[in-house]
Design a protein around this ligand. Sequence first.
Ligand code: NAD
Length: 496
Amino acid sequence: MSTAYVETLEKGRSSSKAVPHRKLLVDGRHVESVSGRAFKTLNPATEEVIATVAEGNEIDVDLAVVAARRAFEGPWRTMRAADRGKILFRLVELMKQHADEIAALESLDAGKPIAGVLRQDLPAAIDTLTYYAGWADKMTGEVVPVRDDALTYTVREPVGVVAVIVPWNFPLMIGMWKLAPALACGCTVVMKPAELTSLSALRIGELALEAGLPPGVLNIVTGPGRVVGDALVNHPDVDKVTFTGSPGVGRGILRGAAGNFKRVSLELGGKSANVIFDDADLDAATKAAASGIFFNAGQVCSAGSRVLVQEKVYDDVVARLAQRAQSLRIGDPSDRATSLGPVISEKQMKGILDYVDIGQKEGASLVTGGERVGDRGYFLSPAVFANVEHEMRISQEEIFGPVVSVIKFRDEADALRIANGTAYSLAAGVWSRDIGRVQRFAKRANAGTVWLNTYGYTDVRLPWGGARDSGFGREHGSAAIENFTEPKAVWMNLNV
Ligand code: NAD
């Protein structure tokens, strides 16, 4: 597939014959699903079919796991670690060579504004792969002195076959957050992209083969979560599941993984608070608060979907947020000037519109937005709710769309109570010129990441994850290396 592939996707939509078809990747080969079934993938901006994708089932999963197990036993885990790294570095180079094509594909399939994909998703995916390619030959054990007549040391070994289950909001970037460390550690992978966004993963799979990844090291089985995902989670020969998605599915994964005691890491939802005190730089705070919720049409696990504002500046901040919402450029994701694309699907759009209704019925004031834009594509005008009470559903539940709830608070204690008062614990932000206050907030916020006078940054070098309904375990940095390896203790008797 080349740039021409994306062009075919863009241009050939009206004729069903021209719609490309994508197959599973199993054991280094592109294969049809065993059932021969396929599903359609749409461009969320136009609702047109851009490709058909093979629909895997339990048997396809089993074949992929068998291939992954074989590749794990050799050559992948037995290969020189530096050689594993070299293959991953070659994939980095191929991703750079095909950057425009991959970005266009992601934008088309997920409805993401191309400017955002080029600024964030793609560079972050490449950075993640580069970072972990460098780790491949730097995972060391240690000698631990225990007694004089023994040499006692540890080695780190890959956990085995890993199921990588990815959501649709950042298919490429979140996929790479999991894939890169798993492969660097010597694990083999069966990946299941979200059924709404399979295309970039399949393309990366092709490039990985071109980079020299041995057959079976990376398998990609596309299809519905409740079939393909479920089969992976329940498969007795899968050693670990790494999942990003909704808390409901995460709960089911924990239950399924109990069968053979798989290791599990879960990155789930969020209802993050972005707290603005009255001594904050309001320009910077409101700018970041707007991008904190409206970036990627609010479909971000760490979206600042609750903006908490101190009484004195509340009306001012609400007005500024509404103005920023109204100035966003909604439109064709392939246009570099577009800042707000569609949401991913009709179902997602309807769910978000339901929350707009719920908010109004609960008594919050809809200041701007909250409507469908046009009748083709899943575009929504960004919504700002004022006079939101902490207990309301729009303040407690993850909407996963361009809807912000602005909540008034009195003082530091009140802000912290509200910020920490949901089932989630993923991220939080605070804005104030009082350094003691922001540091106190950083200490007490229930969140895996806290942003002080900034919002929304992530980097593969810093741990990422949450607690409670936001899941558990950390991705990124050395934490991911621990996720995909087990330490082994070795005792050697020196008196033989
Ligand atoms: P989802 O849970 O519906 O789906 C995620 C993935 O799980 C998809 O690939 C899906 O096909 C698969 N899946 C569905 N049912 C399954 C099952 N029974 N067994 C195994 N796999 C199954 O979530 P989504 O709608 O794709 O993504 C949105 C959610 O993801 C939001 O709640 C969001 O907050 C969360 N998210 C969290 C983070 C984070 O880092 N914490 C990042 C992005 C998204």
